[in-house]
Write a protein that binds this ligand. Sequence first.
Ligand code: GDG
Length: 468
Amino acid sequence: MSSPGRLVAVSNRVGPVRGAAAAGGLAVGLVDALRERGGLWFGWSGRTAPAGRVKLHQEDAEGVRLATLDLTQQDFDGYYCGFCNNCLWPLMHFRIDLMRFERRQLEAYRRVNARFAQSLARLLRAGDLVWVHDYHLIPLAEELRRRRVRQRIGFFLHTPFPPTEILSTLPEHESLIRAFFAYDLVGFQTQEDLVRFQEHVRRACGGTVRGDVVTAFGRELQTGAFPIGIDVDQFHRYAFTAPGNREFARMQSVLRGRDQFIGVDRLDYSKGLLRRMDAFGRYLEDHPKAHGKVILLQVAPVSRGDLTAYRSFRQELDREAARVNGRFASFDWTPVHYLNRALPRRTLAGLYRASRVGIVTPMRDGMNLVAMEYVAAQDPADPGVLVLSRFAGAAQYLREALIVNPYDGEQTAATMHLAREMRIQERRRRHEALMRRLRARDVARWRRDFLAALGEAPAARRGSRKAR
Ligand code: GDG
């Protein structure tokens, strides 16, 4: 193959490029590749502007071009708050009880994707490889193709993909699924997600599946599972160098020999926070000897705080944390330490390291990077134990974690106990194995595998789209 073209990454939120590793999120996975190939990163500017004053902003940062577009308030409401986060997010996490569908919002979703495509199409060059991220932008390739973009376009879904019975509850789901077929490659977090997508196409769209090639709507689509990972060594360094190191030492002196359980999650109903809090209460109930000796530190920065579902969830969680504290606290011991602030990434690394048990119990999660960060931040000589929900994509890979069903409060509570009591030899054995798994599937491999598969997506299939 000739020298690779530019990488063009597209995601709802863009950047930062400087200090990307410390910022976390998608930037960790993308920035190196964008720098290497001299890339472009396109997305929403994070700002709203009146209709006539919506602008495309462009700047260069460390060899990467950032191009971001404003949204009108109406589009922000309909697209981001509406269809993306009030409809698609709950749907993708199997929460159709929380799903709110409005045609007006679907229209805003389509409109924003069309606007993105219109601006992006003008910035593309021949040979560019376009990589679109997540549920906000499913129709983007269709809109780009409409504007005669012929470059290879890949899509990666960061959330789970729901079963066909759940997906079919979304009015107009056919058009959403059809939109996937304008890509050259569609990637999922796990084999299970991939199979659910293929099953849906077979059962609901009359399509066929041969290996990883899915055919429907008169087109062939390459699909695959590309589990995302983290930069293992870098995160480990965060925990063992300043300021992570300092936070670790500070936490240890605060704990004074108490054991800490840690949870770190965006404040989102998919993360299982309510049931986790309840299971922790149950653990304390069942183990009076643990009173005064164990703390649950829950870091839960507010996310999508403007949405009603999130506001009421936050209130419920506040009550649940207060209930556990009210029931068990003594004048010199508060069992639940609950923060709604985001902490610097290096501080988090130090806190993970200081915690005997990592509690990662989402009800449903695409992958879950916190589980991996917790493992990477441990001291190999005296590592903590990871308790992990079977419904996180990460459970498919991190087999040596203590796997729980978060719907089973008794089991979760019993596993908290097991984790805390685990002997050093077993902790070391599990940790070593988990580190091997983390290294085998780190973020660099995720990126390499996806981009290689996209680069190899058969040209003939793209050519056959001319008929559209
Ligand atoms: C989506 C999918 C998939 C959290 N609190 C703070 C903070 N964080 C960081 C964590 C971690 C990241 O945010 C969260 O990643 P997750 O993977 O756990 O979850 P989502 O945000 O829901 O991510 C998920 C992921 O995309 C990647 O594909 O795994 O399934 O839902 O890195 O450390 N970071 C800082 N302060 C905090 O307080 N700095």
